[in-house]
Design a protein around this ligand. Structure first.
Ligand SMILES: [Fe+2]
Ligand SMILES: [Fe+2]
Length: 462
């Protein structure tokens, strides 16, 4: 088959799949308009298997791609087909040599009848197997499935790009695209629900030079975790997450050296800084896809719980309760970040300081809720074990109760291990029947040779 024949055959395959799926919604399963396209699809597929054993159909950046050939001319039935793949959470479908008409028929039925969104890949695999589909398989990517940490990192990186672009746009006098922020936050929100530890672990990546960008994404992730613990609706969670992502967007109007200035500011400089919530409010007002409450939250993120912050609210002004969520996340991320004028606090130290601010600048209920969202030992906390080994918390306990997941970094003499070693704190000592290792308490990471917590977390499966 030459390239042109192949492209037309490929178009034929997807057209038939799309047509069958569309007609499935209109006619009974046995109707010829459902059955015939499936048979045609099977016939179109057959020649491909003369010289290859499988054929990959993927959705990449919103484009349907079959064997590397993008299908640009989407008919309405193809759009439906792609939308179904996307909604279920299927980025790649692979047809194997030996695929039967029944396999294709059942697969179309699966796309038609599956109403859940964003199903995990193992669940999809199990369902396909249960439906007797043997020669169509699904994967998260074309080659290999991604673990949650890889996925979380991609999502985090994407959000970072969105912030960088948004701030650049503002600096160039353009209005940023609100749809991009909305999409990035939806992805992060999904990942926070799916694997909170993997997403929270990334907030520990502190890049000093890029402080504003990482800080924006971190505040969004932390706010999303709190919003989820609070039980907010999806729309509210997205609104809070977008506010987190864009809370300091108004700072782009300030001179860069003022933002980066170490130490105390002069009165005039502080007056300049104080303008950024109102600037942010104005910028968000010009953007699409921004909820009104998100705008208010950006304006109010420094007003403080006791209303002594800026812009100073009038006595009758009613603050949006979600503004306090951003304030708590903002404070936690700032405290755990090393700045030129401040050393980074451990999660424990940061929470201790925040407990003192509770009722003053911070909402006491939300400080408590943040602690609960992060767990007793937040991911990234360094701990000393009863064996005198030192490790780092890589995940919260399964089901939220019991011992967190820990990877050992230093042996009992303080020597670093060649590679972090994940240990199970439930593992019992055979002689006593008691746990072999218990957490004695937290350790100040500065007492140890510098450890890249994010590096460790990437080598240990969260
Ligand atoms: Fe701010
Ligand atoms: Fe901030």
């Amino acid at each position: 088959m030459d390239r042109r024949q192949m492209e037309s055959a490929i178009a034929g395959v997807v057209r038939c799949l799309g047509a069958s799926l569309k007609n499935r919604g209109l006619y009974p399963a046995t109707h010829p308009l459902v059955r015939t396209p499936v048979e045609k699809c099977w016939l179109e597929l057959a020649p491909f298997f003369a010289d290859r054993s499988e054929l990959a159909l993927t959705v990449s950046d919103g484009t349907l791609v079959l064997e590397g050939v993008p299908i640009f001319q989407l008919t309405s039935s193809l759009e439906l087909f792609m939308a179904r793949l996307g909604a279920i959470g299927l980025p790649a479908v692979i047809f194997e040599r030996g695929v039967s008409v029944e396999d294709i028929e059942m697969f179309v039925r699966f796309l038609h009848e599956t109403k859940e969104q964003g199903l995990p890949i193992p669940e999809i695999k199990e369902r396909l197997a249960r439906w007797g589909i043997t020669h169509i398989r699904v994967t998260a990517t074309e080659d290999e499935e991604k673990d949650d940490f890889t996925l979380a990192r991609e999502i985090y990186g994407n959000a970072l790009n969105v912030v960088v672009k948004a701030l650049k746009d503002v600096r160039n006098g353009k209005t940023p695209d609100g749809a991009e922020s909305d999409r990035a936050v939806r992805e992060m929100s999904g990942m926070v629900s799916r694997n909170r530890d993997a997403m929270l672990a990334l907030t520990l990546i502190k890049n000093f030079d890029e402080y504003t960008y990482n800080h924006s994404v971190n505040v969004s992730v932390l706010s999303l975790a709190v919003a989820e613990t609070l039980g907010l609706s999806e729309t509210e969670r997205i609104g809070v997450g977008v506010a987190g992502l864009l809370h300091d967007v108004g700072k782009t109007q300030l001179a860069l050296d003022l933002i980066r200035k170490p130490g105390t500011l002069t009165v005039e400089e502080f007056e300049e800084i104080k303008k950024h919530p109102e600037e942010g409010f104005a910028i968000l007002g010009k953007m699409t896809h921004i909820q009104d409450s998100t705008r208010s939250v950006v304006r109010e993120h420094h007003m403080r719980f006791d209303r002594t912050g800026y812009p100073r609210p009038e006595p009758e002004y009613r603050m949006n309760p979600h503004s306090h969520v951003i304030a708590v996340a903002d404070c936690y991320d700032a405290l755990t970040t090393m700045r030129s004028y401040q050393k980074a606090r451990t999660p424990q130290q940061a929470l201790e300081i925040m407990r003192k601010l509770a009722g003053k600048s911070l909402d006491p209920d939300l400080v408590e809720l943040l602690e609960r969202s992060l767990g007793v030992y937040p991911v990234g906390t360094m701990v000393r074990l009863s064996t005198m080994e030192v490790g780092v918390v890589t995940g919260s306990p399964d089901g939220g109760k019991g011992e967190p997941k820990v990877a050992i970094l230093f042996d009992r003499s303080g020597n670093p291990l060649a590679a972090p070693q994940g240990v199970d704190l439930k593992e019992a000592d055979p002689s006593s029947g008691r746990p072999r290792r218990m957490i004695l308490g937290t350790v100040n990471p500065l007492m140890h040779p510098p450890v890249s917590i994010s590096g460790v977390l990437q080598t240990v499966t969260v």
